[in-house]
Design a binder for this molecule. Structure first.
Ligand SMILES: Cc1cc2nc3c(=O)[nH]c(=O)nc-3n(C[C@H](O)[C@H](O)[C@H](O)COP(=O)(O)OP(=O)(O)OC[C@H]3O[C@@H](n4cnc5c(N)ncnc54)[C@H](O)[C@@H]3O)c2cc1C
Length: 499
């Protein structure tokens, strides 16, 4: 196909959801993905024979009748996904150095309160207020409730409320305050910054229900690609869009790095907005918007770690453990390279036949800046050099030692270790400085993080985690918003509600 109604740059979740929705509605769609593998942050990779995930560790809202279940069912995903529900009484477990207690965040609103009351019985009323508040925040976002949205539907008054300040106003016990935000690695949170809206939308989804993808999140991308192709859409890999051509201020075609040119009526970019504007042939447009996007703060990057273990070394645990050095659980409170890592998310991936322990923490780009000019991406794999490898190994060893301290049974049972840094995410996803979640949301600049799905160019649209909200739920909702100009959204959402 050399021409399409709608070209989509990138096959991350947002690009694929748009392609599925639009191809289902009769549009001729063409998805161009620069990588060998589809899925963006959903990708997996193989090391020492084991399958390792890059991005998605658990997903919320997938129980029948819940919001993501209904969206996924409409997209033809639900019947084909291989999912495993995390522990009802504790999908997340918050632990601290020197404290033997395990503080559990449970599924179900009442259960959530009950499990925390085991340790904090005096805080029952505060916990009930907290639960009511997060539901109130979620009720204010139309698409979250599968209701017809306004284009700026993700902008709510709760953008201005600081999460930390709000929780402190209703909960007396400092430790409980830190536990309630203990999984804020999910949104790289910070005190006096993270809006209650971000905390509530994400936390609520997991409290409703929490799921792991058995054998990796890539299945979401694979099913969507199959569905798009069955609808007549085309999805191509190893196709990096290197230029976007305009005629009369409208996009007319895109050119790939291999020289292939594709014409289109409309373009949807799943790449970061700034990066997309940089590809435009009209310099005046590039300059206009560049500064706005350049100045906006991106979320911090991640260091991820996987240890492949001898079979049956460590039983699978059906929750995520968030472990902290002290009670300051905000992962992004003040980055200190000398104290790294101050927090770890630890989990065992749900795998059919492998025994793996994985960990993840934040990592500032300044740590890897020395190697910023190196590129390491399949199929053009070039090593970043011996000093980088030695530095990365040293970082991985710090995490390995911590895990051995927490799980002594894995000592001498590790067959292989693999880790990745913000540079890997930068090169695979083209996110600035390897940012994990796109533009950071802040109570101080609520509008800055709001990127509209429509652009300065009438037939260019945006989708993906830079728009509205990151994560599987946030990106799926935003993709429906992106498609609003092309489909009868009332009808679509009424069908989604019927799922
Ligand atoms: C470490 C990590 C852990 C996470 N854990 C979770 C989790 O547990 N639960 C959860 O819900 N969310 C999680 N997330 C967030 C979630 O994975 C992302 O928000 C979501 O997958 C991003 O989707 P996206 O549509 O923005 O696309 P992306 O994943 O950013 O993909 C964009 C795609 O566009 C392609 N592209 C860019 N430029 C071009 C070009 N010029 N030509 C062709 N292709 C191009 C890229 O190659 C890429 O494939 C995690 C993210 C990270 C990084």
């Amino acid at each position: 196909m050399k021409s399409a109604d709608i070209i989509i740059i990138g096959s991350g979740l947002g690009g694929l959801v748009c392609a599925q929705l639009l191809s289902k509605h009769g549009y001729k769609v063409l998805v161009l993905e620069k990588n060998e593998q589809f899925g963006g942050a959903l990708q997996i990779y193989k090391r020492a024979g084991a399958t390792l995930d890059t991005g998605v560790h658990y997903i919320g809202g997938l129980q029948k009748g819940q919001n993501l279940y209904q969206y996924f069912k409409y997209l033809g995903l639900m019947d084909k996904l291989n999912l495993h529900q995390l522990d009802i009484d504790g999908f997340d477990c918050i632990t601290f150095e020197g404290d033997k207690n395990e503080y559990k965040l449970a599924q179900g609103y009442e259960n959530f309160v009950e499990q925390l009351c085991v340790h904090f019985p005096k805080e029952r009323a505060g916990l009930q207020t907290y639960i009511a508040k997060i539901q109130e925040v979620c009720a204010s976002v139309e698409l979250y409730n599968i209701q017809n949205p306004k284009l700026d539907s993700f902008y709510t008054p709760y953008h201005l409320i600081d999460t930390q300040e709000y929780i402190q106003s209703i909960i007396q016990d400092k430790k409980l305050v830190s536990i309630l935000v203990g999984n804020n690695l999910l949104y790289a949170g910070a005190p006096n910054k993270t809006p209650l809206y971000v905390h509530a939308l994400i936390t609520n989804s997991y409290i409703q229900s929490s799921w792991r993808c058995t054998d990796g999140g890539i299945q979401i991308a694979n099913i969507l690609v199959r569905n798009i192709r069955a609808n007549g859409g085309v999805v191509l890999r190893n196709k990096e869009v290197s230029a976007i051509t305009l005629s009369n201020y409208r996009i007319s075609s895109v050119t790939c790095a291999d020289g292939d040119v594709y014409t289109c009526e409309h373009l949807i970019s799943n790449g970061p907005p700034l990066y997309t504007y940089n590809l435009l042939s009209e310099e005046v447009l590039r300059k206009n918007v560049k500064t706005k996007y350049e100045l906006q703060e991106k979320s911090i990057g991640a260091f991820t770690f996987h240890a492949i273990l001898e079979k049956e070394t460590l039983p699978y645990f059906n929750y995520n453990r968030y472990h902290f050095k002290d009670e300051n659980t905000w992962v992004n409170h003040q980055y200190n390279a000398d104290k790294w890592p101050e927090n770890l998310m630890i989990f065992t991936p749900k795998s059919t036949d492998e025994n793996i322990i994985s960990a993840m923490t934040i990592m500032d780009y300044s740590e890897v800046e020395e190697w910023k000019d190196s590129i390491n991406i399949v199929p053009n794999t070039i090593s970043r050099g011996a000093t980088y490898e030695a530095w990365k190994d040293a970082k991985a060893t710090i995490i390995e030692n911590k895990l051995i301290e927490l799980y002594p049974e894995i000592e001498n049972k590790i067959l292989h270790i693999d880790s990745s840094t913000p540079l890997s995410y930068r090169d695979y996803l083209y996110t600035k400085n390897g940012s994990m979640y796109g533009y950071i949301k802040s109570i101080h600049e609520p509008y800055n993080a709001y990127i509209p799905t429509v652009s300065k160019v009438p037939n260019m649209h945006f989708t993906g985690q830079d728009i509205n909200l990151h994560g599987i739920l946030g990106v799926t909702l935003s993709a429906f918003l992106t498609c609003m100009p092309f489909v009868d959204i009332d009808k679509v959402l009424s069908e989604v509600r019927g799922m």
